[in-house]
Write a new protein. Structure first.
Length: 289
């Protein structure tokens, strides 16, 4: 019996051991090495000097250039999150009300951006955003613009391109919350004299709020850490934290400074996610008590 009990106790570790080792090998160890690298020194002629120093972190904390880049990163991520929630929440509600086969057709349309390569998708937006692109040409010919608008190398273009691909994450999260909503509750409220707007505000919205918050967390994290879209749309003129880290690693070869930028971005995004997750958990507890 003791042998059977021992084997039963070891079973969870044996089953989760390979996945745990893989997680440690490809996630924890690289992160730890990046953190350690961020405390090394670097010189143009001496390269990476493996000594412990706070020089890189001091430069980031005192130089307004880095502050501006991180401020731009989180400003763009916040704008993308707000717009994605404003678009994705009504989309999820409408999709939930649709019947087959239209629900499946429009769901594929909504999730379509996720099925296309991020590089191909962003290059498509770059073609649309150009001064001779479809958007500018159409707006000028319609008389809505006197001259083409500069979408490329602007925050506006980055927000539009990021929102396009991140809206489906809000739709999926909100739709999952709508599946728990009993449609008879809405019918009962309407039969008791409540208006459709009141039903949405007092019954539907509070119950789907956890899904909205969950989708917003995912969108914010992905927008803040996005690389391909800011690199193509923003270019070298409009850097964000991810493209700054890339430039420090591969262009200036200042790996310690690039590591410090990457670690700071990771810490900031993780802190925001943890804080927001606490809010989501509290909201779930209030809704389902």
């Amino acid at each position: 019996m003791s042998t059977i009990a021992t084997a039963r106790d070891r079973a969870p570790w044996l089953l989760t051991g390979p996945a745990l080792l893989l997680f440690v090998g490809i996630v924890l160890i690289p992160i730890a090495m990046t953190v350690l690298l961020s405390f090394h020194d670097w010189g143009q002629y001496k390269g990476i000097d493996p000594i412990i120093t706070l020089k890189n972190w001091r430069d980031i904390a005192t130089d307004s250039y880095f502050f501006e880049i991180f401020l731009r990163t989180f400003r763009i991520a916040l704008m993308v999150t707000v717009i994605a929630v404003a678009i994705g929440t009504p989309e999820a509600y409408i999709l939930n009300r649709m019947r087959a086969p239209w629900r499946g057709i429009f769901l594929v349309i909504v999730l379509g951006p996720l099925l296309i390569s991020v590089v191909a998708r962003t290059l498509g937006w770059a073609l649309l955003f150009g001064s001779t692109g479809v958007i500018n040409v159409a707006l000028v010919r319609l008389g809505l613009l006197a001259a083409p608008v500069q979408f490329m190398f602007s925050e506006t273009g980055m927000v539009i391109a990021l929102t396009h691909v991140l809206v489906p994450f809000v739709v999926i999260s909100v739709w999952a919350s709508l599946q728990r909503l009993d449609p008879q509750v809405e019918s009962a409220a309407l039969s008791l004299g409540a208006s459709a707007f009141t039903v949405l505000r007092r019954i539907v919205l509070p119950q789907v709020m956890p899904g909205i918050l969950s989708g917003a967390i995912v969108v914010f994290a992905l927008a803040a850490s996005a690389f391909a879209t800011p690199a193509i749309i923003g270019g070298r003129r409009l850097k964000v934290a991810s493209t700054l880290a890339y430039d420090e690693f591969l262009n200036t070869l200042n790996w310690p400074l690039g590591a410090a930028v990457a670690v700071l971005l990771l810490i900031a995004v993780a802190a925001i996610i943890v804080g927001s997750n606490r809010l989501v958990e509290r909201r779930y507890a209030e809704v389902f008590e």
